[in-house]
Design a protein around this ligand. Structure first.
Ligand code: ADP
Length: 464
């Protein structure tokens, strides 16, 4: 049988029959030995009673009294005296003893001879009456009693099996139904229906399984949504520059085009192709960063020196817009253990954005602060700022507050920043007001093995 349902029922029946057989075997064994002991005691008492009757009842009435007793007590007995013998009951003929048995009983009157043939129990003993030796052999069939017990056992087994089966069917239904439901839902899920859910109540294992299934389906639905959104974003991001490149390349084919316009359109094509190149580079970088087996290449280096280096690479860009970059550096150097190249990318992206989204003659301020457990780098600008709605989305892939604005970018820079900061177990916070400016604060924890060095440095600073 393939279904759990069938297996449960067969399991139930087998276990009931098996346990009942074991219990029955031991109970019957114990009972039959007690029963035969009881029957022998009864036979002993009956034989004493018969002997007593023989002694007190008148010889003329004795035969009818003993016959009546044999009938009502359901016993057969045979009284033997020298060569004659008298029997009572239906089967007294079979009670005759051999000469050996007789002489043994006559010679040793204290002996009682017991015989046991399945349910038929028999005992013989000798007695003396009127100075003469007699032997009484008495027999009873205890089969009736045994069969009564067996019948009750069979009835009990039948009741347990039938009542138990009904109960078990109900119970099995309670267990199997949710599993079948879950099975159906899993099939639906495998066909791509991520909206499928199973109902559950209670706190048992099946409810937990159902809850986990729903969470998994929910997660898969979310992943699918992200995947579709990603595909649509990517194709959109590629489509816009490609359309521009195609359009301007077509115009450039016109040989009569003045030189100035030719130059202008070539620059536009260059701008969009650079944009495409940056886009594919950023996508590749983000994919690498999101890979599960990514390992950071951590080394110990000077954070202040790194920031000075990054500022100097961004200076030309700032100069073009007459933006001043201020650097509030601490008195002493700060060493940090991190992936130097990736962290550099964080500062480049943030500084680049600060310059990009700040109007001419603005100010960008880089500040480094040393905390006890972490170091904080903040990059503030006096730029266009962001709406509250924008702040809640800026770390999402391809998000840009104002796509129509002619600012270079593809909405991947901050996703890369966030991922790198997360990989370093740090945090990034944003404060911004529209038309007033923004502050991005990155907090990075010191590595444990670096703490000693940091503490020494602080002590030296205090003394100094
Ligand atoms: P992009 O390449 O478009 O700059 P980012 O992921 O770096 O992509 O930034 C996402 C969006 O966040 C930007 O399009 C912009 O709207 C907003 N943003 C980022 N930095 C700043 C900033 N310093 N000032 C104002 N807006 C910013």
């Amino acid at each position: 049988m393939k279904s759990i349902y069938g297996k449960l029922i067969i399991g139930f029946l087998v276990s009931i029959v098996f346990s009942f057989s074991v219990a029955g075997y031991f109970t019957i064994r114990k009972n039959s030995s007690e029963l035969s002991q009881l029957t022998y005691e009864e036979l002993n008492n009956s034989s004493d009673y018969v002997i007593n009757l023989m002694k007190i009842v008148d010889s003329s009435d004795l035969s009818s009294v003993l016959g009546g007793y044999a009938k009502t007590s359901e016993v057969n007995f045979l009284i033997e005296h020298e060569k004659e013998s008298v029997g009572y009951g239906n089967m007294y003929n079979s009670l005759k003893l051999t000469n050996d048995e007789k002489s043994k009983l006559y010679n040793y009157p204290e002996i009682v001879v017991y015989k046991n043939q399945s349910s038929i129990k028999q005992l013989s003993k000798s007695f003396v009456m009127n100075n003469q030796k007699y032997i009484i052999t008495i027999q009873k069939d205890s089969g009736n009693r045994e069969s009564i017990f067996l019948n009750s056992a069979v009835i009990a087994l039948f009741c347990i099996l039938s009542a138990g089966s009904v109960m078990f069917l109900v119970l099995a239904d309670i267990i199997v139904k949710p599993i079948s439901r879950l099975n159906k839902a899993t099939n639906e899920l495998s066909k791509g229906n991520y909206r499928v859910r199973v109902n559950y109540s209670g706190n048992d294992e099946i409810a937990t399984l159902n809850r986990s299934f729903n969470q998994m389906a929910q997660q898969l639905a979310k992943t699918e949504e992200i995947r579709q959104q990603f595909i649509s974003d990517v194709s959109h991001e590629f489509q816009t520059p490609l359309t521009a490149i195609q359009g301007f390349a077509t115009i450039l084919k016109n040989e009569q085009l003045p030189d100035e316009q030719r130059q202008k359109y070539a620059d536009i094509i260059l701008f969009h192709s650079k944009r495409l190149s940056t886009l594919s580079k950023n996508m590749l970088q983000l994919t690498l960063l999101e890979g599960e087996d990514l390992k950071l290449n951590k080394t110990e280096f000077s954070l202040v020196e790194q920031l000075i280096r990054v500022i100097s690479t961004q200076d030309p860009l700032a100069l073009k817009k007459d933006i001043e970059i201020e650097f509030n550096r601490p008195k002493n150097d700060i060493f940090i253990e991190a992936d130097e190249a990736r962290l550099e990318q964080v500062w480049i992206n943030l500084l680049n954005n600060a310059i990009k989204y700040t109007n001419e003659h603005g100010v960008v301020t880089v500040t480094v602060k040393r905390g006890t457990k972490e170091v904080e780098v903040s990059i503030a600008d006096t730029g266009v700022g962001m709406s509250k709605e924008a702040i809640s989305h800026i770390f999402e892939r391809f998000y840009r507050q104002d796509k129509s604005r002619n600012v270079e970018g593809n909405g991947l820079g901050l996703s890369i920043v966030k991922r790198i900061v997360d990989l370093h177990l740090g945090t990034i916070d944003v404060e911004s007001r529209e038309e007033a400016g923004s502050v991005f604060s990155v907090k990075l924890p010191y590595e444990r093995n670096f703490l000693g060095k940091f503490n020494n440095l602080t002590k030296k600073e205090e003394k100094g």
